[in-house]
Design a protein around this ligand. Structure first.
Ligand code: GLN
Length: 513
């Protein structure tokens, strides 16, 4: 370690969550020192990265002090005690604002903690603050945030992905070793892929939606973001599991994700390459890295076959009927009476007028587009033709997965068709933006597990590419097992983690200021 304090502090931000938890438990470093190092890093890089909407310095140091006090008293420590984390601003927190990236929730203080928030606190995780996101998680770039976009630490002129782009950028920029995101159509895996980190969408119902502000309730799934597969698994185990407060929570044990991340090995594993997602349409460098990753799996002893999932091509249109329909219903609760913003209430207007002025002023363009689309798709006379049809397509996609998983143990594809695109490039083209989730949406519609793990840099732009590994519902451990094998083999080839072997991120994002 460097002799001076600043150097040592910056080295603390380079540690993995597993390393920090072990060092804190052993008393090699205090949780307060770890938290302070990350808060310093946030101060240094936030002017460039803009990952956070709210930094909770005092709360984070208090949580860290609590961990240090428990350790000193010989009390048992949670598995991630003293590990800092960036929490997506869609999870309710009693001690911090929750805006969902929207003006309509400005000033709202939730009266309760989300189950995920509570479990993090119980495990001794130090929540550093709330991260930026596309408004109500609708988007793929954070450009739909009412508070401006976050920036990709690899290239500050590019998007960090979305909607969990703030959490992903924070983890990639070493502002936190762990982040929480939510995935409805790809919002954990897509930003993880374009930021060069690991992102896991657990099986639907595997992690609680209680206190996750709803976008599309049949799809929304909280999950972990981290720089290593093991760290993602450790967070997965802490944040998920059955919750009686969520009616769709799965009452089953958490799959053995940490064991799978520790005991990687794909010998004899049957890997299916999704025909529909491996051909043209993707950036050439993405295809090249994907092909290499598949060859790598084969060289590690996996049996690779091609598997056709013919209905995956209809996943995007089905999603853009189902998700907006659910959103139009869920977002009806923002009525100017119960939460946040109230516009035009000057004593002369009716409740209806105030509601409509508030929704006009408080929601951004994409949210309004979705509400209108969903209201239309659910309206009488159109319900069967749009929403009903989309639900039928959803069943066909689930059947494609069922048939595929009779032949193979996991399916693989690139996570995204392209690397991070420039900020502004797709902002006025919703269709181009929607295409960022082309490969991630099927797993959301079917409710099964899927992970994105870095598989290299695209030669044409030097930006990260993600490999997506999809497994059946409740077989989340398979995603970790394969991802850990890919990670280990590639790190051997690269001589370290992708983030560290790439250009010195710090130079881009404010180090040495
Ligand atoms: N980008 C997709 C959308 O805009 C997915 C978002 C998400 O997973 N929350 O709906």
């Amino acid at each position: 370690m460097a002799a001076d304090g600043a150097g040592m502090a910056s080295e603390l931000t380079r540690l993995t969550a597993a390393e920090i938890a072990a060092a804190v438990a052993a008393g090699d470093v205090s949780a307060v020192e770890v938290a302070q190092a990350h808060l310093d890093r946030i101060v240094a890089v936030e002017p460039d990265v803009r990952a956070f909407l709210h930094v909770a310095g005092i709360g984070a140091l208090a949580a860290a002090e609590d961990v240090d006090r428990k350790r000193a008293a010989g009390e048992p420590l949670g598995p991630l005690a003293g590990v800092p984390l960036a929490l997506k601003d869609v999870m309710t927190t009693t001690d911090m604002p929750t805006t969902c990236g929207s003006k309509i929730l400005e000033g709202w203080r939730p009266p309760y903690d989300a189950t995920v928030t509570r479990r993090l606190r119980d495990a001794g995780v130090v929540i550093l603050g709330k991260t930026n996101m596309d408004e109500f998680a609708m988007g793929s770039s954070t450009e739909n945030s009412a508070y401006g976009p976050s920036h990709n630490p690899w290239d500050l002129t590019r998007i960090p992905g979305g909607s969990s782009g703030g959490s992903s950028a924070a983890v990639a920029a070493y502002e936190a070793p762990l982040g929480v995101g939510t995935d409805t159509g790809g919002s954990i895996r897509q930003p993880a892929a374009v930021c060069g980190i690991v992102g896991m969408k657990p099986t639907y119902g595997g992690s609680s939606r209680y206190g996750l502000v709803a976008f599309a309730s049949s799809l929304d799934t909280p999950g972990p973001l981290a720089r290593t597969v093991l760290d993602a698994a450790l967070l997965h185990e802490v944040m998920s599991g059955h919750d009686p407060r969520d009616s769709t929570s799965v009452d089953a044990p958490i799959p053995p994700v940490v064991a799978a991340a520790r005991h990687a090995g794909v010998s004899g594993l049957r890997v299916g390459v999704v025909t529909e997602f491996s051909g043209g349409g993707s950036q050439s460098g993405v295809r090249a890295r994907f092909t290499e990753a598949v060859e790598l799996l084969e060289s590690l002893g996996a049996k690779v076959v091609e598997v056709s999932c013919p209905h995956f091509s209809y996943a995007l249109p089905a999603y853009y009927l189902i998700a907006p329909s659910e959103c139009s219903s869920n977002l009806a609760r923002f009525d100017a009476m119960r939460y946040g913003l109230r516009a035009g209430d000057d004593g002369t207007r009716s409740a209806d007028e105030v509601m409509s002025l508030t929704r006009e002023a408080g929601f951004g363009a994409e949210v309004k587009r979705r509400i209108m689309l969903g209201t239309y798709a659910l309206s009488s006379g159109y319900y069967d033709a749009y929403y009903g049809k989309a639900q039928q397509v959803r069943t066909l996609i689930t059947r494609d997965f069922d048939a595929a998983f009779e032949q193979v143990d996991v399916l693989v594809s690139p996570t995204t068709p392209t690397t991070a695109f420039p900020i502004g490039e797709r902002a006025d083209d919703p269709m181009a933006m929607y295409l960022a989730d082309l490969f991630t949406i099927p797993s959301d519609l079917a409710g099964n597990a899927a992970i994105s793990v870095p598989c290299g840099l695209a030669p044409e732009d030097g930006l990260p590419v993600g490999l997506q590994i999809m497994a059946p519902a409740l077989a989340d451990d398979r995603c970790y097992r394969v991802a850990a094998a890919v990670e280990a083999a590639l790190q051997e080839r690269w001589g370290g983690p992708l983030l560290a072997q790439a250009r010195e991120l710090g130079e881009q994002a404010g180090d040495g200021r």
